[in-house]
Design a protein around this ligand. Sequence first.
Ligand code: MF3
Ligand code: CO
Ligand code: CO
Length: 267
Amino acid sequence: MSFRDKNSKIIIKNAEQIDGIRRSSKLAAQTLKAVAPYVKAGVTTGYLNDIAEQFMRDHGAIPATLGYHGYTKASCISVNDVICHGIPGKLELREGDILNVDVTTILNGYYGDTSTMFTVGEVTPHAQQLIDVTQECLDLGITQCIPGKRIGDIGYVINKHAVKHGYSTVYEFCGHGIGLYFHEEPEVCHVAEANTGAVIQPGMIFTIEPMINAGKARAKVDKKDGWTARTIDGKLSAQFEHTILVTETIPEVLTDINHRYPVPSAI
Ligand code: MF3
Ligand code: CO
Ligand code: CO
């Protein structure tokens, strides 16, 4: 995202804040899991959005996107060539579609942000490979989240991996600090030079959310709705997002409820 709700400095979170953000992040991840069974051909993106909104509210959270800079939905749902900020609505999913669902919760004032890819029925091997490589890009980015590394190291490994597979990395939308506000410092770009940017420190919480395109990197925002960002060549785009806590050791992936990532041991 390119908005900044808190523009001054990177906020190092204390134990109480971390606990609150951990809970909110877990709920965001559970929201995506709740949506999963409903993803099938014939279902509208508006319906998936309603499932997500109901789940968040049933668990005491508010969708952070509602009313955010004029956005009116509880999630972003980005299908096929939509890179991000797809507005859920009447669009019906079809066999072979790939889509990203992105949700951000506010629970007791704390923010958690995550997104994942879904597939509708059988998708082409080409689409599946784009999804797999995008997941690998996020995983590689997460390996860089250790004290002493720098924010630019994250984008460096992500873009290197995307390019190795013949893909391109979107540079117009970035990850971001999160927790007390929706979009905090630092900006976490997915294309960057190694050894540049802020030094990564324990207590930082930020998202990594690479958007990887099958074709050209450029995004164009829909003139009519002001949000939907599409690839300029109509080719597919994929994205995964996690909210990450930097610790003294390995990062804690706060939105990982599937136990895909190792957990730092308590010191
Ligand atoms: N969840 C998105 C992100 O990852 C932001 C969506 S803002 C909205 O940063 F207004 F488009 F919803
Ligand atoms: Co985000
Ligand atoms: Co998000």
